[in-house]
Design a protein around this ligand. Structure first.
Ligand SMILES: Cc1cc2nc3c(=O)[nH]c(=O)nc-3n(C[C@H](O)[C@H](O)[C@H](O)COP(=O)(O)O)c2cc1C
Length: 196
């Protein structure tokens, strides 16, 4: 199974989540490429695409939004998973709701959207960013949950592998029964749709 993990990150912490996610998926047998959205030329050949973004002022970064627009058509019908990274204040809903993710989930018919806590390092922020952080009272620190990221990687591989095996069985069943077409060909494993 070939997987593309494409993640928009401004200060690097979401890119590190992409790296950890890819490592977890490789550990579970997937062949994974990691590439930032603005450098992806083609999504052909990927069975699974994971698109993620850091959240700034309630929005995904532009390159992730543009990726979704650019590849909306080829990604239709493909296994697409989304994640947002940002929240540093648990339960702080108004600040932490990445409304782009809902639109992207709809556009790409994504199977899931997860939100992972992020990291705030005042040392790497510019003056404007520091002001925003002070205004909303967001605490500095690294809140990333590596176990949650690793588990999600394992879950994606397990879900999509089950899908492949299922359709493989349907293929061989069709060959054995001699039928060229079957209603079962359209059967997909039950998937948890992205929260919208
Ligand atoms: C100026 C600024 C605005 C932010 N706005 C949000 C926000 O609206 N919602 C959120 O969940 N996190 C917000 N964050 C937290 C970032 O998403 C978090 O620091 C994230 O881990 C940064 O990812 P990156 O290092 O990949 O750029 C904000 C951070 C900064 C510096």
């Amino acid at each position: 199974m070939r997987v593309l993990v494409s993640v928009a990150s401004k200060h690097g912490s979401t890119a590190e989540i992409a790296t950890a996610l890819a490592a977890a998926m490789r550990h579970h047998g997937a062949q994974v490429d990691v590439c930032p959205p603005h450098r992806v030329d083609d999504v052909d050949g990927y069975d699974v695409v994971v698109l993620g973004s850091a959240v700034y002022r309630g929005r995904w970064l532009r390159t992730a939004r543009e990726f979704a627009e650019r590849y909306a058509s080829p990604l239709r019908g493909r296994a697409v998973y989304l994640f947002s990274s940002g929240p540093v204040v648990p339960g702080d809903r108004p600040v932490n709701t990445p409304y782009d993710a809902c639109a992207v989930a709809e556009r790409l018919d994504a199977r899931e959207h997860r939100t992972f806590p992020g990291k705030l390092d005042p040392a790497v922020l510019n003056t404007g960013e520091r002001m925003v952080v002070r205004m909303v009272g967001a605490p500095p620190g690294d809140f990333r949950d590596w176990d949650a990221v690793g588990s999600w990687g394992a879950h994606i591989v397990a879900s999509t592998t089950a899908g492949h095996e299922e359709s493989g069985r349907e293929e061989s069943g069709r060959e054995e029964s001699g039928h060229e077409e079957s209603e079962a060909a359209g059967t997909a494993p039950a998937q948890q749709k992205a929260g919208r």
